[in-house]
Design a protein around this ligand. Structure first.
Ligand code: GDP
Ligand code: IMO
Ligand code: MG
Length: 427
């Protein structure tokens, strides 16, 4: 039962979209299982750049794509994205779980209002409030689009938001129920026949020997439980989320590829022990093109954090690593990795559960040999062996420290700037 699960091992933007697109060549189905359009996944093929937020990255290869029950879906954005694919001659073959929660305009308003106080620096796409409504049991699901009491459900949802906003003394406008319901009815027509039981669909496909590729969004350090709470997103980003977010038992999901950027980035607020706030951070940002795909915000940059990475691997079920952006470090004066935190004079290699402790963490660095710029032509000819020796020892260092194989090395944003060391669909 060949399923491959791709998860981000850091604070998102590790290059998941690129890796999903690369592996999608041999996939029959590509499925998103959590998050929503807070994600921004970039794929570059033959100079053409695709930026996807809700649609699984498999659309670029014209694969069947599925939006699982764990995803929060903004149908306006989804329709816009689907329409955008026509410019490439692609009409996405999509199926949406009838259990997927819908992001309403109310959620976006509330996200903005709440984040003013919370200062998490959310994407303001309504993600947190939509997941909160799921747990409050007042959410609207894709299956509700076809129910007669849709308008009542929307009204109830709005009422709760209004009470909250009024209670907080905030002056924010919530669109009327009729308007929101009217738009949802239009979406219902647009997705007629495409909303259904994706759990059954995926399980049947897996049992029938189809290759299913799971596309994670965000990253383990943004996970609602295991991330740097409260500076996190509102979903489970590891293999557990993949199972719950699609209704496919975890025993089917044996292979989990953690996408690891060769250094560290973060967008939004929250502790980041290895952040470089000066010139070096700016150099990394420019060279790595570290600007958000969803919000355009500059990403904070710093050194690879092994304490955080080992934590991510432990809690998310990662069995294999796809290393990205080692090319960005080519030509650097020195390479540093954080091997421990010093918190109040005590050294630790355990990721603190508490953001206050993490704010105080001083990185303990180990210096590793720097490498020259990658010779792309040589790598295209001779593969992995042609990478600079020092870069290969960096890869070796990550492998031996994490005890996980680096099976894919990405050395540029394009699909063809990728070296695969093991066929993950097979072995
Ligand atoms: P995602 O959210 O994990 O899919 O990642 P994003 O697309 O938000 O950000 C990753 C960025 O790095 C994008 O601009 C990619 O085109 C780019 N990228 C991916 N892999 C590589 C790589 O190996 N080297 C370089 N230089 N850029 C890469
Ligand atoms: P991809 O899939 C990087 C961050 C936001 C904020 C926090 C909470 O492209 O890797 P939210 O809107 O989710 O409530 O915001 O999470 N965040 C991401 N950072 N990449 C992402 O997705 C992110 N999705 C959310 O910046 O700090
Ligand atoms: Mg991204």
């Amino acid at each position: 039962m060949p399923a491959l699960v791709i998860v981000g091992a850091q604070w998102g933007d590790e290059g998941k979209g690129k890796i999903v697109d690369f592996l999608a060549e041999d996939a029959d189905i590509v499925v998103r299982f959590q998050g929503g359009n807070n994600a921004g996944h970039t794929i570059i093929v033959d100079g053409e750049q695709y930026a996807l937020h809700v649609l699984p990255s498999g659309v670029v290869r014209n694969k069947k794509v599925v939006i699982g029950n764990g995803v929060v879906v903004d149908l306006d954005v989804l329709r816009h994205e689907i329409a955008g694919m026509s410019m490439y001659g692609i009409d996405p073959d999509i199926m949406i779980s009838d259990r997927a929660q819908l992001i309403l305009p109310y959620h976006k308003v509330l996200d903005g209002v709440l984040d003013k106080d919370a200062g998490i620096g959310t994407t303001k796409k309504g993600i947190g409030p939509t997941y909160a409504d799921k747990v409050f049991r007042v959410g609207i699901r894709a299956g509700d689009l076809y129910s007669d009491d849709l308008e009542e459900k929307v009204a109830r949802n709005r009422e709760m938001k209004e009470a909250l906003i009024v209670g907080m003394g905030v002056d924010a406008k919530l669109p009327p129920v009729g308007e929101v319901t009217g738009t949802l009815r239009q979406h219902a027509r647009a997705f007629e026949g495409k909303v259904g039981n994706t759990s059954e669909f995926l399980t049947t496909a897996l049992k029938g020997g189809k290759n299913v590729l799971y596309e994670g969004a965000q990253g383990v350090l943004l996970d609602i439980d295991f991330g740097t709470y409260p500076f996190v997103t509102s979903s489970s980003t590891g293999v557990g989320g993949a199972s719950i977010g699609t209704g496919v038992p975890v025993r089917y999901l044996q292979k989990v590829i953690g996408v690891v950027k060769a250094y560290q980035t973060r967008v939004g607020a929250g502790p980041m022990p290895t952040e470089e706030t000066g010139e070096l951070g700016e150099e990394m940002r420019q060279k790595g093109g570290e600007f958000g795909v969803t919000t355009g915000r500059p990403r904070r940059c710093g050194h690879l954090d092994m304490v955080a990475l080992k934590h991510s691997i432990m809690v998310s079920g990662i069995t294999s690593i796809a290393l990205t952006k080692a090319d960005v470090l080519g030509g650097a004066d020195s390479i540093r990795v954080c091997v421990a935190y010093d918190i109040d004079g005590k050294e630790t290699t355990t990721m603190p559960s508490n953001a206050d402790d993490l704010w105080k963490a001083q990185p303990v660095y180990r210096e590793l040999p720097a490498w020259e710029e990658i010779d792309e032509i040589a790598v295209k000819m001779d593969g992995y062996e042609a990478f600079p020796e020092e870069m290969k020892s960096y890869v070796q260092y990550i492998q031996s420290e994490t005890d996980i194989g680096v099976d894919i090395v990405s050395y540029g944003p394009s699909r063809d700037q990728t070296v695969i060391l093991r066929d993950l669909w097979v072995s």
